[in-house]
Design a protein around this ligand. Structure first.
Ligand SMILES: C[S@@+](CC[C@H](N)C(=O)[O-])C[C@H]1O[C@@H](n2cnc3c(N)ncnc32)[C@H](O)[C@@H]1O
Length: 230
């Protein structure tokens, strides 16, 4: 088994254990009282969706973003949810069936190797992309697939700029399952994500949330490219 496979195997096993109670336990993520739902709403609003839009949710987990997206795109739109973990997708599928949505496709794949559908209107990733070592490539692949004017939005956790190392380790204990916390802090994936978005997209905005413990990054595919939105 290659190193990548081993890393994925560990991650998948971790999320298989979490999947059943994820919708409840994620409300305590990364800490009890954390304004996760408000941040999600903000992220979905930043997509600037319209009725009929197509949206890819990268590392969608159990589909907690789907109701917020469905509310805007309606039955004429389309969601593609991508995730590495079968058990998380099984819960996403339950959500899809319980809501009677017929416009959601779920794909089990590594975000790093996922072939984005062409001319997608919006791409979202919440609380997940910083776990993907190839996050810059994921942003580039997504940006290339966006229609002109289409939006890429990433919401994720980060270490506040002025935090001492020991406090950062405590505060970000939530990411322990994915890699060693030291590796995550040292890799500084939020900086990689920011740089990749600036490289690949136009009008990039960067907003730090909740005292710098999270960020919302958003950008558009430059207009004037094929498939411009009207
Ligand atoms: C903390 S959960 C977030 C789920 C969802 N986006 C949300 O906001 O609730 C992280 C998710 O990322 C997925 N994941 C981690 N690495 C991945 C990768 N390389 N490709 C696809 N999904 C991945 C996990 O399976 C898990 O479902």
């Amino acid at each position: 088994m290659s190193q990548i496979d081993r890393r994925h195997e560990h991650l998948i096993q971790t999320y298989r254990k979490k999947a059943k109670h994820y919708d409840v336990t994620s409300r305590l993520y990364p800490a009890p009282g954390y304004p996760q739902r408000a941040q999600r709403l903000r992220a979905v609003r930043a997509l600037g969706l319209r009725a009929g839009d197509s949206v890819v949710d990268v590392a969608c987990g159990t589909g907690l973003n789907f109701p917020l997206i469905e509310k805007v795109i309606g039955p004429g739109g389309r969601i593609v949810g991508v995730d590495l973990t079968d058990a998380m997708l099984a819960h996403a599928q339950d959500r899809v069936e319980a809501n009677g949505w017929s416009n959601v496709s779920l794909v089990q794949a590594d975000a790093a190797g996922f072939g984005f559908p062409a001319e997608v209107d919006a791409i979202l990733s919440t609380y997940a992309l910083s776990q993907v070592p190839e996050c810059a490539e994921v942003i580039a692949h997504g940006a290339a697939a966006l229609s002109g004017g289409g939006r890429w939005v990433v919401l994720d956790l980060k270490v506040p700029g002025s935090t001492p190392g020991w406090l950062a380790q405590l505060g970000t204990a939530a990411v322990r399952p994915f890699a060693s916390i030291d590796e995550w802090i040292m890799r500084r994936p939020w900086e990689v994500i920011r740089a990749a978005m600036q490289e690949e997209l136009a009008d990039v905005s960067w907003t730090e949330l909740c005292f710098g413990t999270a960020f919302l990054a958003a950008g558009s595919r430059a207009p004037g490219t094929l498939g411009d939105r009207e």
